[in-house]
Design a protein around this ligand. Sequence first.
Ligand code: RRO
Length: 303
Amino acid sequence: MTYAVNLAGINLEHPVMNAAGTCKMLDGEDGVRNLVRSALAAVMVGSMTLEKRLGNEGEVYWDSGNYSLNSLGLPNPGANYYKQFIPEMAALAHEAKKPLFVSIAGFNPEEYGVLAGLASRAGADLIELNLSCPNVWDKGEQKRIASFDPPLIEEIIGQVKDRIKRETRVAVKLSPCSDPFLLAEISSVISSWRIINAVTAVNTFPNAFCLDEQGKPRITPGGGLAGLGGPAMKPIGLGHVKQLRSMLPERVSIIGAGGIASGQDVLDYLKAGAVAVQVATSFMNKQARVFDSLLAELIQITD
Ligand code: RRO
């Protein structure tokens, strides 16, 4: 049995990769140099922003076992670092027969264009437009999540279109969306752009809130509001993959994300219509060995 898949025209040895947010650097324990030696099929780096960001301060991550909350706030070394190191990241990934994917996050459409151009020229095989970061706060005000704003999505894709090399693939990462009519509108915008080759569904659920035993918010930035991921997100992620598969044209691949912690979870996403999946929370808990166990379990239940 082969586990090879074709994601947006890119051949992967199997469907499992890390999600954005879990690998930001070339070096370090969760850096590209280490990750390419693990069992994942593609390496996702980022999200990167134009300027370097330290991220939010205080308690920014909590894992209950059933769900995780994060308010990392896009910590990353910034575009100059990536301009310098993406070529080496791509070379290392390619030596290991894995493509390099780069997630980008602009604060306006123009920034998405600049970042996409940079990542494309530096050698990313696929650029994921992160339209769905829930955790950017400025003087107590939350930044708009582009994923919920179809005209803004349109503008962002328009800026990216003319700046990337022809061979670079493009994915968009969406927020979970409880309104099926809005999801259909978003899908229709995405479908109208031939440069979009894949959709990642879904990012964390925005503005979840949790208190500890003393009644204090588990997460401190943003008044405690944070993106919810982990096992609780699996039915929501699956629901998005199922809906999007019927809303998007066949040429747009779907990457599933949300609560993947076992081989059965991977298989369920594939059955719902995804060609590949991304793993964040269980990677944060178990480090890179999670890719070995996900794959071993997938083989065991499908062989
Ligand atoms: O860095 C974050 O706080 C973050 C991002 Br950019 C994202 O896309 N999703 C998320 O849950 N956290």
